[in-house]
Design a protein around this ligand. Structure first.
Ligand code: UDX
Ligand code: UDX
Length: 456
């Protein structure tokens, strides 16, 4: 099949690569000429395992090309995927200006029947407006259909998720368009959900909001576990073995981040208020997520008796999660800024995200280190903010010899509490009582301990 993918960001580039790897002829289009030139040379603008190999292979075999010309891409293709970003607007809903612009431009160059597929995450009702905008801008009197085919790609695993999705959702009111989409995905062995446009749009938001709710739920449980002496990791394990609950997305931590969850939960909340419905649960999910990081920073601050000025904090992890260089809405970055704001000096290391972190942090002065141990050198404490696997196997003797004080704040529960404590560290984790929380409790009873999240 002949496919055009508009927007070669995280989603579009992976989509274009995998569609071509399935044997389709694919053109990737982006307004960013520099990005297109880089991709053509096999220099991927994002870190995503195996992506550059697939891109280079399919370019060299003649199935994949890239251009900045939308009309070239549209004219060559039968299916056009819209994969441009839909960032959060000031008001908290989805900013659809890129989608509108692309829809109008597609309309102008549509020269025959084509299927226009919206892959970007867009609020319920958007696909119908896309259809209207294309129609209003048609140069030729041609027929076309619009399909909603949301993506469920996890960054860091997106090639795998694109190749073998757990489910594929295709929403359309046109049987002709549905049959073309069925053919594209015919080799997939997992379920295909065919539905109307609005339900397809809603499935995407409902899925992300549910996963975010799962995280905020376990983070609330973590608060309770920490106060009551239970261990949230054990509780999550026990819960997760129930197949109705499942083990995934039950890792307590410093909250969810990334380019999707925060904006999608916020956009869904906005959609509900626009429909005169107050989605109370989502309000709670958002609030818990915000407080979770504040609680973590508060623990660090309380340990140092509320005075971080002049203290050096070694930070491991800047990306919003493991296996990615993406720092968009990264909670780790928020914590770094907060600690800097409280006067701490920061030494930081991330295996992939330092280049992006430098761009985003700009003025915020951070000493970027070459490896994970360098951040510990002469630091007053070690803080783990991203769940990179490489951070779970620290040489504890080495860590102890490098730190000024043997203190670790593990915001992602990547370390083994018993090992860390018996190696002589003061250890803080999320949702479990440790020798660190006991120390703060003692301070608290003497009037200077941890301030709990609800102020009690
Ligand atoms: C995608 C989705 O589109 C978003 O809705 C979803 O929620 C998350 O994933 P993503 O791939 O992460 O977004 O966005 P980004 O990496 O910003 O890439 C978008 C690309 O579209 C950029 O390369 C940008 O240059 C390009 N673009 C933008 C166009 O080609 N044309 C435009 O008019 C606007
Ligand atoms: C998410 C969805 O999973 C994906 O289906 C959708 O298409 C895009 O949004 P992604 O943003 O790549 O994917 O990240 P994800 O792996 O879902 O993690 C999101 C955030 O939740 C990260 O900050 C992560 O650290 C956090 N998280 C995840 C937890 O705090 N605990 C968990 O148990 C799982």
């Amino acid at each position: 099949m002949k496919i055009c993918v508009v927007g070669t960001g995280y989603v579009g580039l992976v989509g274009a690569a995998v569609f071509s790897d399935w044997g389709n002829d694919v053109v990737g289009v982006d307004i960013n000429a520099e990005k297109i030139e880089r991709i053509k040379k096999g220099d991927m603008p994002i870190f995503e395992p195996s992506l550059s190999e697939i891109v280079l292979k399919n370019i060299s075999e003649g199935r994949l090309s890239f251009t900045t010309s939308l009309s070239e891409g549209v004219k060559k293709s039968d299916i056009i995927f819209i994969c441009v970003g839909t960032p959060q607007s000031e008001a908290g809903d989805a900013d659809l200006s890129f989608v509108w612009k692309v829809a109008e431009d597609i309309g102008k160059c549509l020269d025959g029947y084509k299927v226009i597929v919206v892959k970007s995450t867009v609020p319920v009702g958007t696909n119908e407006i896309v259809k209207k905008k294309i129609k209003e801008n048609l140069t030729y009197n041609v027929d076309f259909d619009v399909v909603s085919n949301p993506e469920f790609l996890r960054e860091g695993y997106s090639v795998e998720d694109m190749r073998n999705p757990e489910r594929t959702v295709i929403g359309s009111d046109s049987e002709k368009a549905l049959s073309i989409m069925r053919e594209l995905y015919s080799h997939l062995e997992r379920p295909i959900v065919e539905c109307d446009l609005r339900s397809a749009e809603m499935i995407k938001y409902a899925s992300n909001a549910f996963l975010a709710s799962k995280i905020s739920f376990i983070n609330e449980m973590a608060q309770l576990c920490e106060r009551s002496g239970a261990d949230v990791s054990t509780v999550a394990k026990g819960m997760g073995l129930d197949s109705r609950i499942g083990p995934k997305f039950l890792n307590a931590g410093i909250g969810y981040g990334g380019s999707c969850f925060p904006k999608d939960v916020s956009a869904l909340y906005k959609t509900s208020t626009n429909q005169d419905y107050d989605f109370r649960l989502l309000r709670g999910v958002i609030e818990v997520n915000k407080l979770q990081r504040e609680y973590f920073v508060n623990k660090i601050s309380r340990y140092f008796d509320g005075n971080l000025s002049g203290k050096t904090i070694g930070v491991l992890g800047l990306s919003f999660k493991e296996n990615t260089d993406d720092v968009r809405e990264s909670v780790a970055m928020g914590v770094v800024k907060h600690l800097r704001g409280l006067g701490a000096k920061i030494k930081a290391f991330d295996p992939e995200a330092m280049y992006n972190a430098k761009k985003v942090l700009g003025e915020v002065s951070v000493d970027y280190c070459l490896d994970k141990y360098e951040v510990m050198h002469d630091s007053d404490a070690l803080v783990i903010l991203t769940e990179w696997k490489d951070f779970s196997n620290l040489d504890l003797d080495k860590v102890k010899s490098l730190l000024k004080e043997p203190v670790i704040f593990d915001g992602r529960n990547v370390l083994d509490r018993k090992k860390v404590e018996s190696a002589g560290f003061v250890y803080f984790a999320v949702g479990k009582r440790t020798n660190g929380t006991e120390l703060l409790d003692k301070k608290s009873s003497s009037g200077s301990g941890v301030i709990l999240r609800d102020g009690k």
